[in-house]
Design a protein around this ligand. Structure first.
Ligand code: APR
Length: 230
């Protein structure tokens, strides 16, 4: 069972300058998630929600992948089996660091979605309530991200990968949002060994066979070196 399944959260992008959500000063201490990350919030005030994602899109455009993102790409290239990266992050730093086939279960900042006809297109740097859908013209454009109360993406594929994983590794996630928080148990039930790499003890640390504490930019390259025997 040489398949490695990796789940990443905001912590892997923290050292690239992108905020996490629940750390001190995190995004959910600056904005009410009910206002900016739910369908109800978008219906109530689309301009506020577009402003929130426009700011995050601009910040993500300035960010560069760090050593952790690059190390995971190196693992994909050098490992004898499949390495599947599942991310809760909506930035594209895994891809910028060279990773491929990344499953973005919460969507991506770089995508736009029409709430009227489900058309998807590359998001402009800034979107507004008056941004028309290129396909149907409706003024119902939204960020192509998954809000609270909506179904995460690629779940069938993710569950299949977890069931056939030999090793499951969670990197930089607090384990407070489901269904991602349950992946460690799903993988273990399928016979996988489990490892957590995180700056601090998390809500799900006790569910792992092994946990290592430290910044992702140090822990992930060291772990990849171990795996590749270099
Ligand atoms: N290196 C490693 N881990 C880090 C670092 C770092 N430099 N900095 C922070 N962390 C860890 C924190 O210890 C914490 O466990 O990253 C985690 C960040 O947790 P959250 O802010 O809750 O982010 P995440 O787990 O990705 O949130 C999941 O919640 O709000 C939703 O959709 C949003 O995808 C997000 C989901």
């Amino acid at each position: 069972m040489d398949k490695i399944v990796i789940l990443t959260g905001a912590g892997i992008s923290a050292e690239s300058g992108l905020g996490t959500f629940r750390d001190a000063g995190g995004i959910w201490t600056q904005h009410r998630l009910e206002d900016v990350a739910t369908p109800e919030g978008f219906a109530r005030d689309p301009a506020l929600v577009h402003g929130f994602y426009n700011a995050r899109r601009a910040q993500a455009a300035r960010a560069r992948p760090n050593a952790a993102h690059r190390a995971l790409a190196r693992l994909q290239a050098g490992w004898r089996g499949e390495v599947v990266i599942v991310t809760q992050n909506v930035d594209a730093l895994h891809e910028a660091g060279g990773a491929t086939g990344v499953l973005h279960m919460h969507g991506m900042l770089s995508g736009a979605l029409c709430a009227a006809c489900d058309h998807r297109w590359p998001a402009p740097m800034e979107m507004f309530p008056g941004t028309p859908c290129p396909a149907c013209g409706a003024l119902r454009a939204r960020p192509d991200v998954v809000w609270f109360g909506e179904m995460p993406r690629h779940m069938d594929a993710i569950m299949d990968h977890l069931d056939s994983a030999g090793l499951f590794v969670a990197i930089g996630t607090s384990g407070q949002v489901w269904p991602a928080a349950g992946f460690v148990r799903d993988a273990a039930a399928g016979g996988a060994r489990t490892l957590e790499l995180n700056l601090a003890h998390s809500e799900i640390s006790d569910a792992f066979d092994e946990t290592r504490e430290g910044p992702a930019s140090r822990l992930v390259p060291a772990w990849v070196d171990e795996m590749l025997g270099s």
